[in-house]
Design a protein around this ligand. Structure first.
Ligand SMILES: [Zn+2]
Length: 113
């Protein structure tokens, strides 16, 4: 399951960061999830609850921030929001669309004690 490995990764990174800062526990972890990253947020939250057991993140909350997909058109040089990789430019109907944002999952901040 894709979300399970992501959740384990998030917990591992958070725990490493906590240890580097000699923290005793992790209060919350904030992650940015791109709309085009192919991640189901509910599923990620569910997996996080399983992955955090018996780690410093045991009682940590996972705050998921959705990042909309953003495309840029090479023909008319305009940017626009999109929720799919396969899109025409809404301004000129061009095909030269690059996806700039919304593809990634990133840890934004980790709150520790
Ligand atoms: Zn265009």
């Amino acid at each position: 399951m894709h979300e399970m490995s992501l959740a384990i990764n998030i917990v591992e990174i958070a725990c490493q960061t906590a240890k580097q800062n000699s923290a005793k526990k992790i209060n919350s972890i904030e992650v940015e999830v791109g709309k085009l990253a192919g991640v189901l947020e509910d599923s990620l939250a569910f997996c996080f609850h399983a992955a955090r057991n018996e780690t410093l993140a045991e009682n940590a909350e996972l705050n998921i921030i959705s990042v909309p997909g953003k495309g840029h058109c090479g023909d008319c040089d305009k940017s626009f929001e999109t929720d799919t990789f396969f899109t025409l430019c809404p301004h000129c109907q061009g095909f030269s669309v690059d996806i700039l944002e919304g593809k990634d999952l990133k840890i934004k901040s980790i709150n520790v004690d």
